[in-house]
Design a protein around this ligand. Structure first.
Ligand SMILES: [Zn+2]
Length: 258
C-alpha cells in the first residue's frame, strides 16, 4: 500500500517527536551545532505503516521525518531557525526489525536505496575530511552568495539559477561560504569472510574483493568504528557509476552505527 508523505510526516511527529518532546526540544535548540538526533525503531515498530515505508523508501521517509521536525519546531518551540529546514539534520535511526539485517557479502542490486542493518568488519579507515553539507554559490553577475543547497550523500548538487537576479548559468561553488562536517570513508568486509558456503575451498580473489564496500560516515559517526571491529551499520546501499560504464559500485550511506 502507498501512503502519502503527509501521513508519514504526521507519524514522525506523533511517534517520534511528541513522545519525547523534551529531548527533541533540546536538539532543536542546539541545531545546527548539533545535527544528529537518534531515533529508535523500537518505539515505532508497532505500526507497519511507518516502518514499512521507512525500510522500503528511506529517502522519502527520512524527508518526512525532517519535515516533521520543522513542524515540531514551529509548534512546540520558540526557536526560529529561519530558512534552515533541517535538511542537513541526521536522523540516526537504530533498532530496525531483525529481518532487515544483511552482511556486506550479501548485498545485491535488490538492496539498493532501501534501509538495512548491514553487518561488516572494518577493514580499513580513511582519513577524516571535510564534507560540504550546505553549499554556497556565488553569482558572477550580481555577486550575491546563496547558501541553500543541502548536500546529502556523496553526489554534489549544484544550483543553476541565482535567487537574487534570476540569471541562469552564472553560479559557481563558493567554498568559503559553505558549511562542512567531518566525514570519513571506511572499507567494510564481510564479517564471515565470505558467503560461508565454500566448504573450505579456496575462493577466487575476485570473490574476496566482492565482499568489500565503502561506507561513508559523517559528522558524529566519523570515530564510531575502529579497524578490525565488527559493526552493525544502519545504512542505505547506493550505486555509484563512473565513466561510461553501466556497472556500478555499491557504497553505503550511513544512517547510524549500532
Ligand atoms: Zn545573481
Amino acid at each position: 500500500m502507498s501512503l502519502r508523505s503527509g501521513d508519514l510526516t504526521e507519524k514522525w511527529y506523533e511517534y517520534v517527536y511528541r513522545d519525547r518532546a523534551e529531548s527533541v526540544r533540546r536538539f532543536v535548540e542546539q541545531y545546527p551545532d548539533e545535527r544528529a538526533l537518534s531515533v529508535s525503531c523500537d518505539r515505532v515498530g508497532h505500526d507497519y505503516r511507518f516502518v514499512r515505508p521507512l525500510l522500503a523508501r528511506p529517502d522519502e521517509a527520512l524527508r518526512a521525518g525532517r519535515a516533521a521536525l520543522r513542524q515540531f519546531c514551529a509548534d512546540e518551540t520558540d526557536r526560529d531557525v529561519g530558512d534552515r529546514d533541517f535538511g542537513d539534520a541526521y536522523l540516526r535511526v537504530t533498532d530496525l526489525p531483525g529481518d532487515s539485517e544483511v552482511t556486506v557479502g550479501e548485498l545485491r542490486a535488490d538492496h539498493l536505496n532501501r534501509l538495512y542493518t548491514v553487518r561488516g568488519t572494518v577493514a580499513e579507515k580513511g582519513p577524516v575530511r571535510p564534507k560540504v553539507v550546505r553549499a554556497g554559490f556565488r553569482c558572477a553577475k550580481c555577486d550575491a552568495v546563496t547558501r541553500q543547497v543541502v548536500q546529502r550523500g556523496r553526489r554534489f548538487r549544484s544550483h543553476a539559477k541565482c535567487p537574487d537576479c534570476n540569471s541562469v548559468g552564472y553560479l559557481s561553488f563558493a567554498p568559503a561560504a559553505s558549511e562542512y562536517v567531518d566525514a570519513r570513508e571506511v572499507e567494510l568486509r564481510d564479517p564471515d569472510g565470505g558467503r560461508g558456503d565454500a566448504g573450505g575451498e579456496r575462493r577466487e580473489s575476485s570473490d574476496d574483493r566482492r565482499g568489500t564496500v565503502t561506507a561513508l560516515l559523517e559528522h558524529d559517526l566519523v570515530d564510531a568504528a575502529s579497524t578490525g571491529e565488527s559493526i552493525r551499520l544502519v545504512a542505505i546501499p547506493r550505486a555509484s557509476r563512473t565513466g561510461g560504464s553501466a556497472v556500478a559500485d555499491v557504497w553505503l550511506e550511513s544512517v547510524s552505527v549500532e
